[in-house]
Write a protein that binds this ligand. Structure first.
Ligand code: EPU
Length: 292
């Protein structure tokens, strides 16, 4: 471990990533490291930069497909307490980039803080949710974001107001910067009301999506004014398979991985679905999931 002597004993090598993703597929990371502080994060970024190692931040692994050959670089996990802390300040919540979104949405609902219950059932870290503006038909995280503190790859960090982050449909201007923490603006409300909205939204998701299967949620972005799932369904692709990957019968925009699947099966099936939807519906679908 010559590229970052300071952390030599704590950097994991050839660390399998499959078990850290919802798909449960894909190869290993050449290196994996959990910084214990912002200072360590800055230091490891500097080491990786000097060594020319590509760097990725792994969130909840819920919107991610790791290729079978793995990732030949450094994967950073923000799972130490320095990055998962949540501080409640009346109607404002400061949440670390590595904090768990589902946990936070539930805790807020049970404290009578409204604004995140719309995200019930979305597995993510706060950082991952902000990068892609996680959400669905009930709301998106951008609705609650007041400001976000980002670290760039040179280790410089700064707070940005939400307006500067240009949130859009499943997108933001965060780019390759790392979310250290976010300030979320919520509203005081009746506990019963927020809690029941939280559970209703969760129930809707469970009833319409294969949440228990191995997947990364919706594979494709919705084209403007359309649902990719409906297009895939109308193209008659539910149940289509490549290897051990299968288009869910429950929701067309989910490709589920059955036992023994390879990441390559999922990618090949996504390509097949894309080609069929162009041929049958005349619509070009774009991937929503991140592929490493
Ligand atoms: N539909 C079908 N067949 C299908 C799937 C959907 O006919 O196989 C129809 C539904 O009956 C409904 C319409 O299409 O009339 C829309 O479906 P749904 O309510 O499931 O919403 P969606 O547009 O397919 C979006 C998000 C989901 C999010 C849900 C609910 C995207 C790509 N998808 O799905 O997000 O959970 O709304 O809020 O934006 C994700 O991003 O990973 C994800 C799952």
């Amino acid at each position: 471990m010559d590229w970052c002597n300071g952390f030599a004993e704590r950097v994991l090598r050839d660390e399998p990533l499959a078990g850290r993703t919802w798909y449960g597929l894909g190869g290993a990371a050449r290196y994996l490291f959990s910084p214990a502080s912002v200072e360590e994060l800055r230091e490891v970024l500097a080491c990786a930069r000097r060594a020319g190692l590509p760097v990725r931040v792994l969130g909840a692994g819920a919107n991610l497909l790791v290729r079978d050959q793995g990732f030949d670089g450094l994967v950073i996990r923000l799972d130490s307490s320095a990055f998962t802390r949540v501080v409640y300040e009346d109607e404002r919540v400061i949440a670390g980039g590595g904090a768990d979104l589902m946990q936070l949405a539930r805790d807020c609902a049970y404290r009578g803080l409204a604004g995140l219950e719309t995200l019930a059932g979305i597995p993510a870290t706060i950082g991952g949710a902000i990068v892609m503006n996680a959400g669905g038909k009930f709301g998106q995280i951008a609705d609650a974001v007041e400001s976000v503190t980002l670290m760039d790859r040179n280790g410089t960090h700064r707070e940005f107001p939400a307006e500067d982050l240009r949130f859009g449909y499943r997108s933001s201007a965060v780019g390759d910067r790392i979310v250290l923490h976010a300030a979320l603006r919520l509203r005081r409300a009746q506990v019963d009301e927020v809690r029941s909205r939280f559970h209703d939204i969760w129930r809707f998701k469970k009833a319409s999506q294969p949440m228990a299967a191995h997947s990364a949620g919706c594979v494709f972005r919705n084209p403007p004014g359309e649902s990719a799932g409906r297009l895939i369904d109308q193209a008659g692709l539910k149940g289509a398979t490549v290897g051990r990957a299968r288009v869910s019968d429950m929701h067309g925009n989910f490709i589920v991985a059955d036992a023994g699947a390879k990441a390559a099966d999922v990618l090949a099936l996504a390509e097949y679905v894309r080609a069929e939807v162009i041929a049958k519906k005349g619509v070009q679908l774009e991937l929503e999931i991140d592929v490493w």
